[in-house]
Structure formats: C-alpha cells, structure tokens
Design a protein around this ligand. Structure first.
Ligand code: TZP
Ligand code: MG
Length: 225
C-alpha cells in the first residue's frame, strides 16, 4: 500500500517527514536499522545516502532497506545513484545538481517503471528549482535552509525567504533540508514547505522512532492538509 508516485506531483501529496540515512551520524546504526526505525516512527520517505560505499555495497543496502520497508506506507529513494535506485527497485532517485539530468533518469527508468519513477532534485535557487521542474522533477529540495554540520559542502544557509520564493515559483512538492529540528520545523512549513528532510534531528537521536514521532507531532500542528 505504498502511495504510487503517480499521485505524487500533486502538492502536499509528499509525506511530511523525510529521513535521510547516514551511518556516520547514526551512532553505529546501519542504514537498514535507521530506515526501519524511522518508518516505524512514521517517516513517509526514506533516502539512502552514503558517499563512501561502492556501488555494489550501496545496492546491497538499498535492497535491504526496501525489504525492511515492506508493509510500511513509505517511499524509498536512493541518493546520487540512478543505477542503484533502479536495480534495487526503489521508488525513485534523488539527484544533486551534478548527478545527471532528470530527463536521462526518466528515460533510464522507463522500461521498469513507466512514468512512475520518482525523481527529486536538490536546488539552491529559484532558477535551479524552475529548471528542475521544467525537466520533469517530481519534487525539489532546497538546502541547506539552516546551518548544518551534516554535509561538509552544504554551503551557506539559504534561509526561509528563499524557501518562500521557491514556493511561489513552483507547484511541485517542496522539501526543505538542512539544520531542521524540533525548534524550527514548524517554520519551514509556514514558509511553504510540504516536507521536512532531516538527518541529525532523527538519525542522531537515542531513539530514532521516537524522534520521528515527535517531529511529526510538531508538523501536524501547522501542516495544512
Ligand atoms: N543536503 C543539504 S543539507 C543536508 C543535505 C544532505 C544535511 C542535512 O542534515 P541535518 O542534520 O538535518 O542538518
Ligand atoms: Mg548527489
């Protein structure tokens, strides 16, 4: 009963809590452990993100996560690697500005997925957001909205104002990422985000599922849908 990516481009249709796995920040927990706990706590999208694993090892993790998520109402995307996303049967891929084009990804996934492959794109400006949407991205993610220690090359915080500007410029689901935690998660929804993506606020906590639940409770107080 995983929501079909075909329903997805409708604004607000994207799950409100998006958890990115990270084994460096995850206190010794594996990607699969993090993903399983996060969905148990209600996270609606999981992204496998590992900048160090070779493709074969990344594929192994992706397949394991996919299996661990069976029965949960949650989407699974792989960061950076279109090949691993497709080979693992993930719901989609998340692409940075230098991870290849949306069009290429759409074409490559067509045989296995038709047009039901979810493609998300990281953006840092209104122009990049508009370009991603023109190319057919299913969602765009602005980051880092706030300062973060979780990504070495994240660059300067983009701020809530840019989030608002992108909200006005595009109608696909908008994800906010970077430095989001209990203290500011409501602000990103008030600025127009449809989903909050987090690493440390969930992945670095003692109890990953409880941290996800708490974030969702806060989001539920402000999200309009
Ligand atoms: N992309 C932009 S900021 C970021 C990524 C992957 C890191 C987010 O981690 P945290 O701990 O939620 O700030
Ligand atoms: Mg990338």
């Amino acid at each position: 009963n995983i929501p079909k990516p075909a329903d997805f481009p409708e604004r607000n249709c994207i799950p409100a809590l998006y958890v990115v796995t990270d084994t460096v920040i995850g206190r010794g927990r594996s990607h699969v452990e993090i993903a399983a706990s996060a969905v148990a706590g209600g996270a609606g999208i999981i992204q496998l993100r590992d900048k160090y694993l070779a493709p074969v090892a990344l594929l192994r993790e992706a397949v394991a996560i996919r299996e661990a998520m069976v029965g949960y109402d949650a989407l699974f995307v792989v960061n950076d690697s279109l090949d691993v996303a497709i080979a693992s049967g993930a719901d989609g891929v998340h692409l940075g500005q230098s991870d290849g084009s949306v069009t290429e990804a759409r074409d490559a996934a067509e045989t296995d997925y038709g047009d039901g492959f979810l493609i998300g794109v990281s953006v840092g400006s209104v122009d990049e957001a508009c370009q991603a949407v023109d190319e057919g991205a299913d969602y765009v993610a602005l980051g880092p909205v706030f300062p973060t220690n979780s990504k070495a090359d994240a660059g300067a915080a983009r701020g809530l104002l840019l989030l608002q500007e992108i909200r006005e410029a595009v109608s696909v689901p908008l994800v906010a990422i970077g430095g989001i935690g209990p203290a500011n998660v409501q602000d990103v929804f008030r600025a127009g985000a449809d989903s909050a993506a987090v690493i440390s606020a969930v992945v670095a906590q003692d109890d990953v599922a409880a941290a996800a639940r708490m974030m969702l409770e806060l989001i539920g107080e402000v999200r309009e849908c």
